[in-house]
Design a protein around this ligand. Structure first.
Ligand SMILES: [Zn+2]
Length: 106
């Protein structure tokens, strides 16, 4: 799921064209296989340098084929899980104490 700040970008014509031409390039090279495992067909185009509010308007990051990677669903999910551990999630308990929620598979 795209983050809120990136939604207008993912809906833009520039991104859709960039993504389509990247997929066409990969298909011509190796039939569009996943660039991580090379076992499954690619499904998701993702940015190697993740989009942030700071770089979202920089086409050298957002629309640069060198910053794109074609992944299958499995590999994409694994990469995402690795990134999301950075942010600890917590809530406040009955007495106002902070309770950390550990990632499920830890
Ligand atoms: Zn893969």
């Amino acid at each position: 799921m795209a983050q809120e700040f990136a939604k207008p970008f993912y809906n833009s014509k520039a991104w859709r064209e960039c993504r389509a031409s990247f997929i066409a390039k990969r298909s011509a090279l190796d039939g569009g296989m996943c660039m991580t495992c090379h076992m499954e067909l690619g499904k998701i185009v993702h940015h190697k340098t993740w989009l942030t509010p700071e770089n979202i308007s920089n086409p050298m990051i957002t629309l640069n084929h060198d910053n794109l990677k074609y992944d299958c669903q499995t590999c994409h999910n694994q990469e995402k899980e690795g990134k999301e551990i950075e942010q600890p999630r917590y809530f406040f308990g009955e007495n106002g104490e902070i309770i950390l929620i550990k990632p499920i598979d830890e």
